[in-house]
Design a protein around this ligand. Structure first.
Ligand code: ADP
Ligand code: MG
Ligand code: MG
Length: 476
């Protein structure tokens, strides 16, 4: 492995087995934890969150590039969320055929009509990238997507550096162990939440984590909760159902859940259609949106994170509109864009269909969904497009260039998984945080990173989807 772990270690099966045992214990000791699949709502049985045995080499220049562009992405997301005309135009075709996005959009319209009750905005996002391998061996940073809703693993990734450092030391790689960076997104995310809470301005109000039914990944969130408790900010964990049953607004639109005033709603649930099990869930979402509580994200920032918006941003002249006097910012953001193509009705969309059918392996077909496992690849692109190409149904998708990172060998450690060497691909995430009050950006920061790695036999899927595992960059 180039500039990574020496082959003599990678191929020494006895050593690898020992190191895997050491690594798992290190992960448990560091608190890189998940509840087990069978009992997602109990901490009686927990296991290590899946992770790689070794960190993965990442070129320093592209890593720094990803960090450097993050505050601009924060600004961009925020500007989009403040631009109703842009959102309406960008999503006009999508909402004709995608019911979920349409529903979100209707909430957005309703909030605009009523007038936003809260001028404080809290953004916690994660911009994800893969490193596209050039013919000359170079790698360029290409954004896969930006997550403005429930971007996870900021907590656990704050603890993985020490695990890999330890493994490398035990493997006799002291020099390499020093190249693993510190990382603390948990503190960075909590800092922004705390700022929003403070600006809300009520000592007794709490931060509400709106959590999913099955809470396997609770520890990832606990890190952020604990950072808030350290600042003497109370947090509560509630589900949509709790808000349905006990949520209300007072005459000033202050949100109360279980008789507690909520200063900040941090959504960790509500990004998939399946999260909305009934009309009551939608009512609960609307209640929170209408409230005085700071929403992370608010409905417009949620929409700003859709894949359709990402595609529209890549069209000529669009970034310039958001940064009219900052050509260097435009350039810095655009440098990270992969090719993105519309499937709207009309000649541009026709061109996209023809291009995809001619060379499906060069592309990824994406619907407006989150959470991994929804994209379409290879011959299936042809199947799907053949079915929808004549109808407006095709507008539910966007097409994207497929990124080809350099495969790297590693061992993926997961509960009950076999210990075998895999060809792996990695995805680098960068956490961004911002808080705005009215027109003032009071905070805009890069809050750390996340590396996720999966076997190259899987084209899609994140850690929660059971495909990718946690990793750390080893800067080279
Ligand atoms: P989601 O919101 O479901 O996470 P993504 O756009 O991140 O959607 O896609 C899910 C996964 O699919 C990514 O983590 C990555 O592994 C793979 N993927 C997405 N887009 C591309 C692309 N353009 N090239 C290669 N792989 C991709
Ligand atoms: Mg996503
Ligand atoms: Mg993703």
């Amino acid at each position: 492995m180039a500039q990574g772990i020496p082959d003599k270690i990678m191929s020494n099966t006895t050593l690898i087995k020992d190191l895997a045992d050491v690594a798992k214990d290190a992960a448990l000791l560091q608190g890189v934890l998940m509840r087990i699949h069978e009992t997602p709502n109990s901490s009686e049985l927990v296991t290590y969150a899946p992770f790689t045995l070794f960190p993965t080499p990442v070129p320093k220049a592209v890593f720094l590039q990803a960090l450097a562009v993050q505050t601009h992405y924060n600004t961009l997301v925020d500007k989009i969320s403040q631009d109703p005309e842009f959102l309406e135009e960008a999503l006009a075709s999508t909402i004709v055929v995608d019911d979920f996005t349409a529903r979100l959009f209707r909430i957005h319209q309703q909030i605009l009509k009523e007038g936003r009750s809260q001028s404080i905005v809290l953004g916690l996002n994660r911009s994800d990238y893969m490193l596209d391998q050039g013919d000359d061996g170079s790698s360029s940073l290409k954004q896969i997507e930006i997550n403005t809703f429930a971007a996870s693993f900021g907590g656990l990734s704050s603890r993985t550096p020490d695990v890999h450092r330890h493994v490398l030391k035990v493997a006799g790689q002291l020099e390499e162990s020093r190249r693993i960076l510190d990382n603390n997104p948990a503190a960075g995310l909590a800092k922004a939440v705390a700022k929003a809470w403070e600006l809300y301005g009520s000592e007794r109000a709490v931060v509400m984590f709106l959590v999913e039914e099955g809470q396997r990944n609770i520890f990832d969130q606990r890190y952020i909760e604990n950072e808030l408790w350290k600042r003497n900010i109370s947090t509560i964990r509630k589900r949509f159902d709790d808000v349905t049953k006990t949520g209300s607004l007072d005459q000033d639109k202050r949100l109360f859940v279980d008789d507690q005033e909520v200063a900040v709603v941090y959504f960790r649930d509500g990004y998939m259609p399946e999260n909305y099990i009934s009309e009551k869930t939608w009512d609960a979402r609307l209640l929170m949106e209408r409230s005085l509580a700071v929403k992370c994200p608010d409905i417009s920032t949620h929409l700003a994170g859709t894949k359709k918006v990402q595609q529209v941003l890549a069209s000529p002249g669009v970034l310039e509109k958001f940064f009219p006097d900052q050509p260097q910012v435009v350039e810095q953001i655009r440098a990270t864009f992969a090719g993105l193509y519309t499937l709207d009705m009309g000649p541009e969309g026709e061109k996209t269909v023809a291009m995809a059918l001619a060379a499906p392996d060069r592309f990824v077909l994406k619907p407006q969904r989150e959470g991994g496992g929804n994209n379409i690849y290879g011959s299936e692109i042809c199947q799907v497009l053949q079915g929808v190409k004549q109808s407006t149904e095709r507008m539910a998708y966007i097409l994207m260039d497929k990124i080809h990172p350099t495969p790297v060998q590693n061992y993926l450690l997961r509960r009950d998984g076999p210990l075998k060497i895999s060809n792996c691909l990695s995805e680098l995430g960068v956490f961004g945080t911002y808080v705005r009050q009215g027109k003032d950006m009071v905070m805009n920061e890069c809050a750390g990173h996340l590396l996720r790695t999966k076997s190259s036999e899987h084209s899609d899927g994140g850690v929660a989807a059971g495909v990718a595992v946690l990793d750390n960059p080893l800067l080279v």
